[in-house]
Ligand binder design. Sequence first.
Ligand code: SF4
Length: 364
Amino acid sequence: METRSLYIHIPFCLHMCSYCDFCKVFYQKKQVDDYLAVLKKELASLKIDLPLKTIYIGGGTPTSLDDEQLEWLMDIIKPYISNDTKEVTIEVNPETLDCYKLDILKKGGITRLSIGVETFNDDLLKAINRKHNCMQIKRVIDYAHRLGFNNISIDLMYGLPGQTIEDIKKDLDIIKLLNIQHVSYYALILEDHTVLKNQNYLPLDEEDEANINELIDERLAQMGFIKYEISNYAKPGFESLHNLAYWQYDNYYGVGLGASSKIDNRIIEHSRNLNSYLKFQDITTELCNSKEETMFNHLMMSLRLVKGLDLKAFEKYYGIKVLDLYPRAINKHLSLKTLVIEDGYLRCTKDSIKLLNTILLDFI
Ligand code: SF4
């Protein structure tokens, strides 16, 4: 399988959010300079010979970098952008972005902004230790429009401490007023060793989560967003191509601290040890999955998509029909109508997609 997607991890942040377990460290100017130098070497060492279709710069907070560093990062990715590149995304945090940085991103070839909004409610933002406010979010979107960005995504969360249904409805009302093309809407997950988990904050129960999900689905659909993955919604033609590569279980390179690559059946993971990375002596682990594990992972990822698993593509990759691989589980769920086959895809229904983890147990 060809590898046509690249993920670049920038692990630096200016503050630590109370729910976050991502791979991140506090911003230090000298460390960032050293990091970018190693990142450039690491990219060169991959000897990428096919044009990339998608590039995604995530974090951390990539826009915590200062102007010069951001320009340098754009220079680093420049050789990997070609006419074949359909999407170059960067994650941005509103409080770290001004029109100068946005201009650097635009000139550097960024085509898509993914803004970490989480909520438009200033009190809730404070409660999770985010440092931006609603006004800054709107200002960033306004600047981005003026500079000609026409593919803007926002990330939102529900299930935040003290967040009510009314708060979520207000967030949805604000989305309606913004000219944006994509929304990722996630339930707060309480990961171990995060401040919220240590404070014994309790997540939503299943029923509340299902009701909120329903509300979000309904309201975003009214605004013209089409749900294409469990937590992702896009205006027609604005699905995240890079994330689709993950869900379709395509290959991808991952560079930078803590990033992972998937090359056929191999998952290559960087450690989260910044000192080793800065010496360009990162400890990577390589996991070679069996064909069965790879096929299961492919099915699991693709069933997250509303469209589902492409049956022909699956057969082409692995030389076996998914129906021959899992006859009992598939027949069981076809008769329960929790899975359907339509237009060459195996997919969940609108209701059963919420039970995906339970459905997958039958495939293990
Ligand atoms: S800005 Fe993002 S990566 Fe950094 S601590 Fe907050 S959630 Fe985590």
